[in-house]
Each structure stands twice: as C-alpha cells, then as structure tokens.
Design a protein around this ligand. Structure first.
Ligand code: ADP
Ligand code: MG
Length: 742
C-alpha cells in the first residue's frame, strides 16, 4: 500500500469483549490504549450476546403513523385513543361478536402520530436521534412498514414542498458537518466495506483525474442550477443540527441506493447505460460479509456527496432509474424494498489542526439505513398473475422472514431460548442481520391507512409491529477518543485570525496592500547610489550629491529600522496576548481534563467496588460449593445406610413370611387334629349316650319283666352290657395334646 494511504474498515460496532480490551489496555498506553479499543470487532457468536462489554440494550422503537382518508366520508376502522395507543374496530358487516360483545382491539406504541402529525414532528421524534447517533459514530436502521398506500413513501421521501425523513436527515447531517467536511477523495472507500485516508496530494491528484475523465454524470456541488423538483423536496427549512459535533474531526458522506425485488439486490446508482427500447435485465448484486462480520452489498456504487442537494440528486437519480426499470420490466413497484444507505466517515485532525491523521484505526465509519419496505398486503390484493404473482410471493416471503426473525429474536430474549434466527432466508433480513444481532438503534414506523377496506391487513401490521417492540438491540458503543487536545482546528485558525487583527491594530503589515504601503513604498523610494567617481579636481558637485543620497538612504534605513522595531514590538505584544489566551484556554482544557480524570477515577472506583463485590460473591460461591460437597457426601452416606436398612428389613419381612407360613401349617394341622378328635369324641359321646339309653331301656325292660313276671324269679344282667361299658369308660378320657403346638 502507498505510504500516504492508511486503510480502515467499516466499524459499525467498536464493541470489544471486555477481557480482550483489558488485555490490550495493559499492553499499550495513551493513544495506543485508545487505538486498541478501536482496532477490531470481535465477531459475535450466536448466544454470546451477554458476554459483550456493552450489556445495555434498547427495545426496537416502534412508532405508528395514521394517514388521512383519501375521501373524507370513507368508512374508518382505526382511531387514535391517545399519544401512544390506537384502537381498531371491525367495519360494518365485518363485526366480530364474542359473547354478544363488539370486539375492539387496542395497540400501543412508543408514539402515535395522528392524521395531522407533520413531517417535521415525525422527523424530530423518530429520525433526529438516529442522525445524532450517526454523527457520533453510531449506526441506525429506520424502516417504514405497512400496506401499499398507507404512507410509507410519503413518510420516508415526502412530497414536493413537504420533504420526508430522508431529505430531513440529509439536511441535518450537512448542517452539522458542513464546514468540517474533508476535501473530496480524502476518504477513499475500498471494495471490502472499508475506508482509507489519502494524503492531500493523493486526494488532489484523484480529484484532477476524475474531473478529466468523468464530469458529466457526477453531480457536483458547484453546480448552481438545482432541479426545481429536487429543490422542492429538500426545502425543509429545518436548520436542525446535531449537538456536540467533534470539530477536530473531518467528515465525508457517502450514499448508496439499492432495491430488493424478488429477493434480488439491484444497484440503483449503477451508471450502466439503460436502453429504453430494448432493456437489458439489470445485474443483481450479492451480499458479502466483511472482516468485522458486517454485511454489505458487494460492488455497490457509493457516491461521495458534499451537500444536501447533491445527496438528494443522487437519490432522485436512483428513484428515476427505479421507476423506469419497473415500467420497462413490468414490475409492481409496491413489491420492492428500497434501501438508501448514508455512510459517514470521520477521522481526527493532527495536533496542528491542519491535516487529517492518517491512521486507519482512528477512522470511524457509521451508517444510517433508511428502508422503505414493500407493501405488506397479501398477494391477491394487487390481482397479480403469473410471473408477477410468483415474484410478489417472494416479496411477501422476505417480509415473512422479517416477521419470523423478529419472532425468533423475541422468543430467544423473552424465554432465554437459543432458537436459530433465519436471517439468511431472505436478502432483506440478511443485509440487516448486524443491526438485530449487533448494536445500533433500530426504529420502525408502521404506517396505517385507517380506511375500512384495509381492516384485515392493518390488523396484521399492527399486531406484528406491537410484538416487534419486545425485541431488544444492544446499545451502540461509544466512539473512541483520539487522545489529542481538543480544539485543535480552531486554535490554529484563531491564531491566524488573531495575528492579522493585531497587526492591523498596530498598523503593521496585515495584508498585501498595507505591507506595500509602508515597507515597499520606503524601499521603492530607496535612492540608488549615484556615481562617486571624481574625475576632476574641481568637481564640487559629485561629493555633495553623494552625501545627499547617502543621507537620504540613511534616513530611509532608519525609517525601515523603526518600522521593523515597531512590527517586532507589535508581534511581541500580540504573541504575549496570544500566550495568555492560550494559557487560559489550556487552563480550560486542563480543567476539562481534570474533570475527565475525575470521571475516570470515579469509574475506576466503581470498577474496583464491583470487582470487590465480584470477589466476595466468588468467595461465597466457593463456600456454598464446599457446603454442597459436604451435604452431598452426607447424602451419599445416608443413602447407603438407607439401602442397608431396607435390605435388612426385606430380610426380616421374608423371615416373617416364612414363619407365618410355618405357623399357618401348624395351625391347619392342629385344627385338623382337633376336628378329628372332636368328631371322635362326639361319636364316643353318642355311643355312650346310646349305651346309657340302651341300659336304661334294659333296666326298664327288666323292671317291666319284674312287674309282669311271677314273683320268686331273680332277673339277671346280661354280660354283653358289662363288656360294652369298659371301652366306653376309656374312650371318654381326652387324647393327649402336644404342648409345643399351643
Ligand atoms: P405507500 O408508499 O405506503 O404505498 P404512499 O406514501 O405512496 O404509500 O402514499 C399514498 C398516497 O397517500 C400518496 O398520494 C401520499 O401523498 C398520501 N399520503 C400518505 N400519507 C400521508 C399523510 N400522512 N398525509 C397526507 N398524505 C399522505
Ligand atoms: Mg411506496
């Protein structure tokens, strides 16, 4: 690379992983420390968001704008409730009843712009903070979303005499950096989304080269005649400026304008000739990732612009090209997304305040993307057919992908899931992936036409827009400071102005005329030496003439000397005054530095406090971990004990079961024995009773015989009866019962 050139790359996110930054900080000091901070962007991996040093996040800012009805007594289905809420109600004949109730739905946004809301108000609320960020080196994305005819283009571009957000953003940018702009080609973009600084000589050579080769197409700020149509659009009369613009930086603005149609990217600033009779299909561009993992359109035209008029002229050129291409190629213009990119390069001046520091690390390159999205309605609305219907389907697909991405991001952030966000599914989401995944403000204006015919679609749009607000995007990192004393540009300029003023007061040589009037007049009147040759002894004229000339020369010399002394005194006095003013400015700078030091010290104390807190927490965690280990050990022991006891218990249970079974057997056996015994005894008792009955019968028979038989004969007891009584006596004694069984 040329020694005079230094290369820088698009650094929308100067965020660093905390530890890496700390490491580099230790390695370098002073300016080096700052350089380290700005050097690279650590690629962010999915799910690593919270590892960033910048943990602050902002939700996507969603605003709602209602356009007036085109016919005054048209049926309306959306009304503004207050500055943040709109209410949608179904039109007649479309009423949804739930439990007999009329269903109205309310949606809330950051702010709602009612029908009368002016372009200026919308700009002040929505876009101004983004431009402010752009000028302070941070990125922003702003898109308009809504169905066709809802006012997206009106909001973004505006109408003649009532410029929209785009011309107003340009106006604010150039109002803020107007006099601080670098000369053309000092900043030079490369084809890898990077930027380099050229030295003044190289920039001058390039200016001359380009002026020779391609004047007609490049709009020039020198051109006095502005197209009245453009003049009408940019006549915003806002005079809006960013605050605290770094005056020790030089700035350059680059714009590009692309269109995404049918998932193809087209460069609207491409200078290729367009044949209106036999149109050639435009070449689509591809998306690439730069070394900082930022997406960019490869080979896209980027034009350096120096004024609002020039920038808007470029936009208008792209707009015209878009219109012609749409007509020639029979496209539905409401089905394409248009993206106007404003890139701002800035680099600090050196210590003298005269030249740009040629250090690529110190270049800040920020970007504001203004996106006018395609109409969000369903395909059948435009009654497209064939190819157009297919193309329209793709457009819808990219909006669908946008919705899916937003939904996935929302889910991941709300529920802590790690769902893949399908950025790559469409060119639109892929291009803006960095905004959602990285840092920068994202804002969306949802445009609504309140007419009843749009009810269904407006409902979808509002629902999606309301959900989008739940997505959070990391806050952009602060721009690095270059470490040189602030106020360099104007200190030198002020010095030169003060020098001229003081010289003027003292009657000194302040400008060419004055200088000539005193010093030059004296020198012009400085008489030439006359001849001092004495040829004649009686020559009494030459010497007196010589004396006179010498006296005159001496007088003039004296006057010159006096003038010189006077000038020396005045310059001396002036230098002293300047010295004192510089001292006072330095004092001021020192006070500022002291304040900054104090702030840094306070931050350091805070960091120390947080570190201490972290250490205490780490210590506590350690103790808790130890306690956990002890408890786990105890738990293991108790579990072992429990296991052995349960085994023992099981053994006891099985023993008991066995015993029970044995006892059961014995009881059954004994019961059976006793039953048999009882049966036997009952039988014996029955026999005994029968015997007794028989004996009694016999006795009665004998008695009867005695009574009936003649007296003198003695009755005899039969021997059978005696024999029977003996075993009966034995059988009545119970059998022996085993003692163990009882
Ligand atoms: P879109 O880009 O969403 O398709 P346009 O911006 O082209 O819609 O708007 C359609 C018409 O409505 C245009 O004629 C435009 O001038 C008008 N319009 C849109 N919004 C407003 C508004 N807020 N105030 C006045 N007119 C508007
Ligand atoms: Mg439009």
């Amino acid at each position: 690379m040329d020694a005079g050139k230094r290369e820088g790359t698009f650094k929308p996110n100067l965020r660093q992983e905390g530890c890496e930054r700390e490491k580099k900080k230790d390695e370098r000091g002073g300016l080096g420390e700052m350089k380290a901070a700005a050097k690279t962007k650590t690629p962010r991996k999915p799910g690593q968001k919270n590892g960033s040093s910048n943990n602050l996040k902002d939700p996507v800012g969603v605003y709602c704008r209602l356009r007036p009805l085109s016919v005054p007594d048209q049926e309306c289905c959306v009304k503004v409730i207050n500055t943040t809420t709109v209410q949608v109600h179904p039109p007649d004949g479309y009423r949804i009843f739930r439990n007999g109730e009329y269903k109205e739905v309310q949606y809330s946004f950051k702010e709602v712009f009612n029908v009368g809301g002016t372009q200026k108000h919308v700009f002040d609320v929505v876009a101004k903070p983004l431009v402010d960020d752009l000028i302070h080196g941070k990125n922003g994305l702003l898109f308009t979303y809504g169905v066709t005819g809802s006012g997206k283009t009106y909001t973004m571009t505006g109408s003649p005499g009532d410029g929209g957000l785009l011309p107003r953003c340009l106006d604010m940018i150039f109002n803020s950096i107007g006099s601080l702009q670098a000369k053309r080609y000092v900043f030079k973009l490369d084809d890898k989304n990077g930027v380099e600084v050229q030295c003044d000589v190289d920039a001058l050579l390039e200016r001359q080269k380009r002026e020779v080769f391609q004047t007609p197409k490049t709009p020039s700020s020198n051109r006095r005649q502005i197209d009245p149509e453009i003049a009408d659009m940019i006549n915003v009369q806002n005079n809006c400026k960013a605050e605290e613009v770094d005056e020790d930086n030089v700035y350059s603005v680059f714009v590009s304008y692309i269109e995404i149609y049918n998932n193809y990217i087209y460069d609207l600033l491409d200078e290729g000739p367009f044949d209106a009779i036999k149109p050639k299909l435009p070449q689509s561009k591809i998306l690439r990732e730069d070394q900082n993992h930022n997406m960019y359109v490869a080979g896209c035209t980027e034009v350096e612009v120096k004024s609002t008029e020039e920038a808007f002229e470029v936009f208008w050129r792209g707009q015209k090209k878009r219109r012609i291409a749409n007509t020639q190629l029979n496209r539905e213009s409401s089905r394409s997304h248009s993206v106007f990119l404003i890139k701002l390069a800035q680099a600090p001046l050196d210590a003298s305040g005269d030249n740009v520091l040629q250090d690529r690390e110190l270049i800040t390159f920020s970007q504001l993307s203004l996106v006018d999205l395609a109409g969000s309605e369903r395909t059948n609305r435009t009654k497209a057919e064939g190819n157009r219907l297919r193309e329209a389907g793709n457009i819808n697909q990219s909006l669908m992908t946008l919705r899916t991405c937003i939904e996935a991001l929302r889910e991941n952030q709300t529920y802590g899931t790690n769902k893949m966000v399908p950025y790559r599914d469409s060119k639109l989401t892929h291009l803006f992936k960095n905004y959602f995944d990285g840092e920068g403000k994202v804002r969306m204006i949802v445009c609504v036409n309140p007419k009843a015919e749009d009810y269904d679609e407006s409902l979808q749009v509002l629902r999606f827009a309301e959900l989008t607000q739940e997505v959070e995007v990391a806050r952009p990192a602060e721009k690095p400071v270059c470490g040189l004393i602030p106020g360099r540009r104007f200190k030198n300029q002020a010095f030169r102005e003060e020098l001229s003023r003081q010289l003027e007061i003292r009657g000194g040589p302040i400008d060419g005329d004055r200088e000539r009037s005193i010093t030059e007049v004296l020198l012009q009147n400085f008489p030439p030496m006359s001849s001092c040759e004495l040829l004649d002894i009686h020559d009494d004229q030459t010497l007196p003439r010589l004396i006179e000339v010498l006296e005159k020369r001496h007088r003039i010399r004296q006057m010159l000397l006096e003038e010189f002394t006077k000038n020396v005194h005045s310059v001396k006095g002036m230098l002293q005054e300047l010295d004192s003013s510089i001292v006072s400015k330095e004092n001021y700078a020192q006070v500022k530095m002291a304040e900054r030091d104090k702030f840094i010290a306070a931050q350091k104390t805070e960091i120390e406090r947080l570190e201490k807190k972290a250490k205490t927490l780490e210590y506590k965690i350690e103790i808790l971990e130890k306690t956990t280990t002890i408890y786990e050990e105890e738990k293991r022991n108790l579990q072992q004990e429990l296991e052995s006891k349960s085994q023992k218990l099981q053994r006891q249970v099985s023993d008991k079961r066995r015993l029970e079974a044995r006892l059961q057997g014995m009881v059954t056996e004994t019961t059976m024995k006793w039953e048999k015994e009882c049966e036997r005894r009952v039988a014996a008792k029955q026999l005994e009773m029968q015997n007794k009955l028989w004996v009694k019968d016999e006795k009665l028979k004998q008695l009867k015989a005695i009574v009936t038989e003649p007296k003198g004969s003695k009755p005899e007891r039969p021997s059978r009866e005696k024999d029977r009584e003996k075993p009966l006596q034995r059988s009545l004694s119970p059998p022996p019962v085993p003692v163990g069984c009882l």
